[in-house]
Design a protein around this ligand. Structure first.
Ligand SMILES: Nc1nc2c(ncn2[C@@H]2O[C@H](COP(=O)(O)OP(=O)(O)OP(=O)(O)O)[C@@H](O)[C@H]2O)c(=O)[nH]1
Length: 389
């Protein structure tokens, strides 16, 4: 019959954690903030376990035992705070780990003060660590702001098991102290704890790698679809989405318009104020597009100082209103922000029949835009209106 040797399991886990604490930062190379927090979390958990195992080599209740055990609690609970922040970031949220951090502080202080009372300290530490895990589970169950892989549920399951074991340890330690005289006591709960901690260690490393891979994929997608300078969609992504929108507009018999916009005298802006100001003007123009756009409006940087907007469920009046809102926005903001007025010329093309394509609409909008430039700039013309020379 096999025997579960608790102290060997803890020692093996601490050795593996130490290896991971060194190997992860080394092999993952340059990583972003979330992965750095997760790596710091592993380092702190490792330190916590080293302190905890070292504390048991000193006489029980000795000052060294007291100090090392308290440091262990501080490190393990801070490690969970690091993990909580990493998960928040991986969920696309602003990092907010106030609850786990507050629990870590309160737990460590209470543990240090009440150290001489074994029943109290075991109940207190395990109970609050369970509560800390619960706050992380609640946060993981809330909808993420970005697409998150199945690692999310793997983590929820692991943490839930760990939380239940912690609660059992808290109850045993506080109320059934005789059955649970120390950390290595061969109680079934201690055995489950040793086994689940080992499994948890392996799975948390797997989770870190999966979450990190998810994030790298998101970053690649972002780079492939967004314009680096302005953050607007790039032409490729816009054409892809506008083809889908156009097909939907035919299917649901909704009007749809395209607005092609080109900043006026942009070369002169660059020449007079410098390329940096030119870049800032492009970014400001995109802020304007963002400010006046509504749900269903899709804009992109088409290239250079040219932008394109697709307006879903919009007739000519709605497209013209969009154009007017944008001009108003520029009048209100450009002089203040750039020191000079920024204007643009535009061409409108409405979907005119079911066989219309985005390319055909863009061609018509381009002709109208050319005409708007020829007529003195600072205006938008509709390609369906008779164009004056
Ligand atoms: N600062 C900056 N300038 C850019 C960028 N992309 C394109 N340009 C500049 O935009 C200018 C476009 O010039 P033109 O095509 O002559 O057009 P324009 O000066 O706006 O004249 P009109 O369109 O006829 O009013 C060029 O000087 C490009 O170098 C960019 O990312 N940043």
């Amino acid at each position: 019959m096999f025997r579960i040797d608790i102290s060997s399991l803890f020692i093996a886990m601490t050795i593996n954690l130490s290896i991971m604490a060194v190997a992860l930062p080394y092999f993952m190379g340059r990583v972003n903030r979330a992965a750095r927090y997760a790596q710091a979390g592993i380092v702190l958990q490792t330190a916590g376990w080293i302190f905890l195992l070292s504390s048991s080599t000193f006489p029980r209740g000795d000052w060294a035992d007291h100090l090392l055990s308290t440091l262990a609690m501080a490190s393990v609970s801070s490690g969970m705070v690091g993990n909580a922040i990493a998960f928040e970031l991986w969920y696309g949220r602003k990092p907010n780990a106030r609850a786990p951090a507050a629990i870590a502080v309160v737990m460590t202080i209470g543990y240090c003060i009440g150290f001489s009372d074994y029943a109290f300290r075991t109940g207190w530490a395990n109970g609050l660590l369970a509560l800390q895990i619960a706050t992380v589970i609640v946060s993981l169950c809330r909808a993420p702001q970005v697409t998150v892989g199945r690692w999310r549920w793997l983590l929820v399951i692991c943490l839930s098991i760990q939380m239940v074991v912690m609660v059992c340890r808290a109850v045993l330690g506080a109320f059934y102290t005789a059955e649970f005289p120390n950390f290595y006591a061969p109680h079934v709960i201690n055995q489950v704890f040793a086994l689940s901690s080992n499994a948890m260690m392996v799975l948390s490393v797997v989770t870190i790698l999966l979450a990190h891979r998810d994030e790298a994929a998101r970053e690649l997608e972002r780079l492939a679809t967004l314009d680096g300078l302005t953050g607007a969609l790039n032409r490729r992504a816009w054409l892809l989405q506008s083809g889908i929108d156009l097909a939907n507009s035919v299917r649901y018999r909704q009007p749809l318009g395209v607005l092609l916009l080109d900043l006026d005298h942009f070369k002169q802006i660059n020449d007079t104020h410098g390329h940096g100001v030119g870049d800032h003007a492009l970014q400001m123009f995109v802020s304007g597009l963002r400010a006046v756009s509504r749900v269903g409006d899709l804009f992109c940087r088409y290239g250079g100082e040219e932008f394109c907007v697709l307006l879903n469920c919009a007739d000519l009046d709605a497209v013209t209103a969009y154009d007017e809102r944008l001009r108003q926005w520029l009048i209100q903001h450009s002089v203040q922000e750039l020191g000079f007025g920024l204007s643009y010329s535009g061409g409108i093309a409405m979907r005119s029949h079911d066989a219309d394509t985005i390319e055909m609409m863009l061609q018509r909008a381009d002709v109208a835009l050319y005409q708007a430039k020829a007529q003195g700039r600072g205006r938008t013309l509709d390609s369906a209106q008779p164009l004056t020379a």
